[in-house]
Design a protein around this ligand. Structure first.
Ligand SMILES: Cc1cc2nc3c(=O)[nH]c(=O)nc-3n(C[C@H](O)[C@H](O)[C@H](O)COP(=O)(O)OP(=O)(O)OC[C@H]3O[C@@H](n4cnc5c(N)ncnc54)[C@H](O)[C@@H]3O)c2cc1C
Length: 331
């Protein structure tokens, strides 16, 4: 069992979340000679952890996997242990304002702890909804790990040209994703609702309009329940339905949206959210108050949870902006 890292009485920065954004915030804080603590559940909860190859990371022309990039960021952070305390596996559960900044409650190996800091950076990311078969999400993992089922339009859309693609989902989000992915020129596309009523929650007129757009784009939908995924050896995505029929696609694409927007902490601190549940910030990643619309002093939100684009370079950029903003204000 790892020993509990010794915590300082207070830090310049408390950073909740040690994915791509939180690790970069910690590194930048150290480089600008601040003290920081990074509280992280563990890299396997980062969105990119299961991505086998990412193609938009500068300096890696052959691509790099999500977990290798996280490992490299952790190695970089650990070189600054004199300034940054990296606490993992640790889960932050509550945050509040104090006279001198913020206090965060977290659990480390089931033990409750507290940490204080002048500035709080929220970087817990968001969590994708994973396609489940008979209530279990594990069946999809082998296909996701091999990049045969994709999750991120901006990251993986470029893999679609000439491919037959199954989009999993039954909502407006699914339809919009399918229509947008047409941009990349797949050979064909089909929506699989996995037993759910297609666009079940939509008013009749809006449903009819979305269905019209799909017909125009040549994207059919199928409401049969899926009982199994097959084809991993053949490197394809074969779907077996409850009636015994199967269909084979080159790729699957999850169109299920988000499972957890990690809204608890920002909500406790009075943050404003956009209609999709992302935290609203200004351009320096300062969290805007739901009450006044102005930045909440000392509170920042970076990475996927911030209203913006969900990409690693954006996670890094927002982390840099937050720490540099604090530095610039002191200067
Ligand atoms: C399959 C897939 C492939 C992708 N491919 C690419 C790609 O090719 N290129 C690209 O640019 N982007 C890609 N992305 C998007 C990219 O992964 C995200 O934009 C990026 O991970 C966001 O970084 P983040 O730090 O905000 O969140 P994350 O990297 O998700 O990290 C969040 C961290 O917060 C921690 N955490 C959460 N809650 C708590 C809590 N309460 N207490 C403590 N810690 C907590 C988690 O343990 C995790 O380590 C991909 C995403 C997916 C799902």
């Amino acid at each position: 069992m790892p020993g509990f890292p010794r915590l300082q009485e207070a830090y310049d920065f408390v950073i909740v979340g040690g994915g791509h954004a939180g690790l970069q915030a910690g590194l930048k804080a150290a480089l600008l000679h601040f003290s920081a603590v990074v509280i992280d559940r563990g890299p396997k909860y980062s969105r990119s952890y299961y991505s086998p190859r990412m193609d938009n990371i500068p300096g890696f022309p052959e691509g790099i996997s999500g977990h290798e990039l996280l490992d490299r960021q952790i190695t970089a952070l650990r070189q600054h242990e004199d300034r940054v305390t990296y606490v993992t596996p640790a889960r932050a559960s509550a945050a509040r304002r104090t006279e001198s900044g913020f206090e965060v409650d977290f659990e480390w190996l089931k033990q409750p702890r507290k940490v204080r800091g002048k500035t709080l950076i929220l970087a817990p990311g968001v969590v994708d909804r994973i396609p489940a078969v008979e209530g279990k999400i594990e069946p999809i993992f082998p296909w996701a790990n091999q990049g045969l089922v994709l999750f991120c339009e901006l990251c993986d859309g470029h893999d679609l040209p000439g491919k037959t693609v199954a989009i999993l989902g039954a909502t407006r989000f699914t339809v919009n994703l399918a229509l947008e992915l047409q941009h990349f020129g797949p050979a064909s596309m089909e929506i699989l609702t996995h037993g759910e009523l297609f666009l079940g929650g939509e008013p009749a007129a809006e449903r009819a309009e979305l269905e019209r757009q799909l017909r125009t784009a040549g994207i059919p939908w199928l409401e049969s329940e899926i009982v199994k995924f097959e084809g991993i050896r053949e490197k394809n995505f074969t779907v077996k339905f409850a009636d015994g029929t199967t269909r084979t696609f080159d790729l699957g694409f999850s169109g299920l949206g988000w499972y957890d927007m990690h809204g608890d902490l920002p909500h406790q601190l009075g943050a404003a959210f956009d209609p999709d549940g992302y935290v609203q910030t200004d351009e320096d990643a300062r969290v805007l108050s739901a009450e006044t619309g102005s930045p909440i002093p000392g509170l920042y939100c970076v990475g996927d949870l911030r209203s913006g684009w969900n990409q690693i370079p954006e996670a890094w950029a927002t982390a840099e902006r937050a720490v540099i903003d604090v530095f610039a204000r002191l200067a």
